[in-house]
Design a protein around this ligand. Sequence first.
Ligand SMILES: Cc1cc2nc3c(=O)[nH]c(=O)nc-3n(C[C@H](O)[C@H](O)[C@H](O)COP(=O)(O)OP(=O)(O)OC[C@H]3O[C@@H](n4cnc5c(N)ncnc54)[C@H](O)[C@@H]3O)c2cc1C
Length: 391
Amino acid sequence: MRTQVGIIGGGPSGLLLSQLLHLRGIETVLLEKHSRDYVLGRIRAGVLEHGFAELMREAQVAERMEREGQVHEGFFIAHDGVRDRVDLHALTGGKSVIVYGQTELTRDLYEARDRLGGRVIHNAEDVTPHDIATQRPYLTYRLGRQAARIDCDFVVGCDGFHGVSRQSIPPEHLQVFERTYPFGWLGVLSRTPPVSPELIYATHERGFALCSLRSSTLSRYYIQVPLSDTVEAWSDEEFFQELRCRLPEDVARAMIIGPSIEKSIAPLRSFVAEPMSFGRLFLAGDAAHIVPPTGARGLNTAASDIYYLYHALLDHYLNGDDRGLEGYSQRALARVWKGQRFSWWMTMLLHRFPDNTPYEQRLQRTELAYLLSSQQALASLAENYVGLPFA
Ligand SMILES: Cc1cc2nc3c(=O)[nH]c(=O)nc-3n(C[C@H](O)[C@H](O)[C@H](O)COP(=O)(O)OP(=O)(O)OC[C@H]3O[C@@H](n4cnc5c(N)ncnc54)[C@H](O)[C@@H]3O)c2cc1C
């Protein structure tokens, strides 16, 4: 088989890129390791910034997001038994974010790919990029016992943190920057009305907590837990008891709880691999970088990669101009690092660090007090939260 752009990974990055390119007449084949049901069963991001929503519109997949997504003009920071509202709308001159689940937008993208007859191959095993340093790269994979090959002009690695694309770049050409955190987030999804129409980020001496949502009937709650904890060790009852403990009393009292329909632990990690391209292989999204979920940057940073790569590929195919592809890594990384800085900063601000000295604890409290007392500091938080411009 032959195509113009071979894409590895059928998460939001890969699907969005293939849909955008297809609409402009550029052929793609997308190889996904898992089944569609498996991909759609993963509960992840929920907060989309303006730039992401714009790309969904350009990809002609925004109809349900516009109808069912909730526009949020602010969120709360809970501390010391009270809540302070961060008014995103006022602080950014009218900007906001959209709450719409990653599962839903992935479903929308799959359906759009089906409608256009996009070539998406699920359950592709042993996907391997070859000859990426040459002008004629190709991909091999297996479907059951049948081996197959796709020749392409370019390979795009959208296969997440554990994917094969980044690993196919010779290690001497890759520099990795990484920070791990001594805790994870235990998340519970429950079919209950959310306790608050806007997200509540809570910092408490027992640890961080987040009250998030996916819709008016679906709540997503998180608590900071040690990395040694397991999902099995937490009953629903214990989870909600601990969550309530970390929230202001009025919030805890108002919370309606119900059985979890999904429960998982996500370790927190900051990671960047540079450069984001090698020869004719380009990395995008979690394949090249991940952030702790505090600040909701992961999927949104993936979207800016897709924006730069999509335009670079358009320039190549429609105008014969390769400057976008040559500068892709540098351009994408400039924004990636701003997302890294913001996610790291919010994580450091709101979590309990077991090894912090009393001095560091005081500094952390002072950082929060300063933030909440300064319009300039709040404006900086809001500017980053709604998303820095792509350009
Ligand atoms: C608990 C949690 C909460 C989050 N909340 C937010 C949030 O509110 N806002 C936000 O912006 N981000 C958030 N994120 C981050 C966000 O989910 C990711 O950044 C996003 O999924 C990245 O999309 P992607 O397509 O690049 O990678 P992925 O979604 O990881 O998709 C990669 C795809 O590649 C496939 N794949 C892997 N290896 C191979 C292979 N060898 N061959 C073929 N296919 C392969 C995988 O099966 C997968 O389908 C959150 C993450 C977590 C874990």
